[in-house]
Write a protein of this length. Structure first.
Length: 435
């Protein structure tokens, strides 16, 4: 995490004080359950809560202890004992470090997912608003970066809305996947602790018990979570790249909002660069970079090793913080995006009507020309226009072989721009419903 790309709400989830607070809650809830089962005195559990519930844990002191013990959970428990006193000996009964670490990590990941879901909602609201605004704004559709057939700018935004709607559903599933708790002891057998303790802690922490754990919660769950973040990041970049293309000087169909006093270049005062979109591309790369270690963390030796631990200490905060920042930035970019319908129309007209070539092709086949012959007739009139040597409509009307099949009026009919948009309402209802 670096401050430049960090929002405080997400960062707070990963702060040491938050982590130690969650560790304490896990231990204290476990103590409650152990007390109810008669394993430890009930007064001991009350004392743990009473003395440490509102405590601010001394991060520097814990770090100092860890430098000696070389063990983070032992360092925390030692500091907790300094706060609680003799009754601290009843804390962590029958538990192993991973019970605390893994359950805490999953609490943090579910909280992070909740923030990311709220971020996605902001993106969806912005996309829907702008899609409805430009529902029928004509623009050129491109394949391979080359003009293809007309679409509307609203459809481009609707594509993104549908994609981020899917992203939201995936994140809900990923959150559920990772929201498990393990309080099962050294190798997951519950030899030293009753499974009812795990159930109690899970309920208290908003999780569900892991059906079967080793010394750790299985990392396929986390691989699913971080892979989902990676897919969302790719969706962010896909839209960002679209804006970057549209803002090119030669295109200029849309551009990022340029605020009063903003500067685009230290050397060239005229520059207005797509810096937000380019930033989103870079941030997306970083989120995706954590997918591979998440997948590799699935493979651990036997009941557990710690090869996953160092990677997770970085990827948990970094991936969630970065995606959080990117989604909020994307929502703002969409909301303030400057759109230029006149330039869209200018680009539509740039190829002299060639965007209607398929309609002419189909019209010829419907009047009796073979598809092969129709293709040749259309292409031979299209290529001069491609080279800037005429107008497609006029060339077709002058082609004797074309006129064998189509009258001037029938050729004119194939150049109706509105024809391409007759099902826009249907698509919008599929994406946005009846609203």
């Amino acid at each position: 995490m670096i401050p430049r790309y960090t929002r405080p709400e997400m960062a707070s989830i990963w702060e040491p004080q938050t982590r130690f607070k969650i560790w304490f809650e896990i231990e204290a809830h476990a103590a409650d359950a152990l007390a109810e089962l008669g394993t430890i005195p009930k007064e001991a559990a009350k004392t743990v809560w009473g003395k440490a519930k509102d405590a601010t844990f001394d991060v520097a002191r814990i770090d100092e202890i860890e430098r000696e013990t070389k063990h983070d959970v032992i360092a925390f428990l030692t500091h907790l004992a300094e706060i609680v006193g003799p009754e601290a000996r009843f804390v962590h009964q029958g538990m192993t470090s991973s019970d605390v670490l893994d359950t805490c990590l999953n609490v943090q990941l579910t909280r992070a997912a909740d923030l990311l879901l709220a971020d996605l909602d902001k993106v969806l609201v912005a996309l829907k608003k702008r899609a409805l605004e430009h529902k029928m704004t004509p623009t050129i559709g491109r394949s391979h970066g080359i003009h293809a057939e007309p679409v509307t700018f609203g459809l481009k935004l609707a594509y993104a809305y549908a994609e981020f709607s899917r992203a939201r559903e995936r994140l809900i599933a990923a959150r559920k996947e990772v929201a498990t708790c393990a309080i099962s002891g050294a190798v997951g057998t519950f030899a030293q602790i009753d499974p009812r303790v795990e159930q109690h802690v899970a309920n208290a922490m908003g999780l569900v018990p892991e059906p079967i754990s080793t010394q750790v919660i299985p990392r396929d769950r986390h691989a699913m979570y971080f892979s989902t973040l990676g897919v969302i990041a790719s969706s962010v970049e896909r839209f960002a790249v679209e804006i970057r293309h549209m803002q090119r000087t030669e295109v200029l169909e849309a551009e990022e909002f340029f605020s009063e006093g903003q500067k685009g270049s230290s050397a060239m005062p005229h520059k207005r660069n797509p810096v937000l979109s380019e930033n989103l591309t870079g941030l997306s790369r970083m989120v995706r970079a954590y997918v591979t270690p998440a997948l590799e963390n699935v493979v651990l030796w036997h009941e557990r090793d710690i090869s996953h631990s160092s990677a997770e200490r970085m990827m948990g905060p970094d991936a969630t913080v970065t995606l959080d920042f990117a989604l909020v930035r994307l929502a703002g970019l969409i909301d303030k995006l400057l759109v230029y319908p006149a330039n869209m129309q200018k680009n539509l007209d740039r190829l002299g009507g060639l965007v209607h070539s398929q309609r002419v092709l189909l019209a010829l086949t419907q009047k009796g020309a073979s598809r092969e012959d129709a293709y040749k007739l259309v292409q031979r009139n299209a290529m001069p226009v491609w080279r800037g040597e005429g107008d497609f409509l006029q060339l077709l009307k002058k082609d004797a072989e074309v006129k064998k099949y189509l009258t001037d009026a029938e050729i004119d009919e194939q150049f109706d721009l509105g024809y391409h948009f007759k099902h826009v309402d249907t698509i919008f209802k599929r994406v946005f419903g009846e609203s």
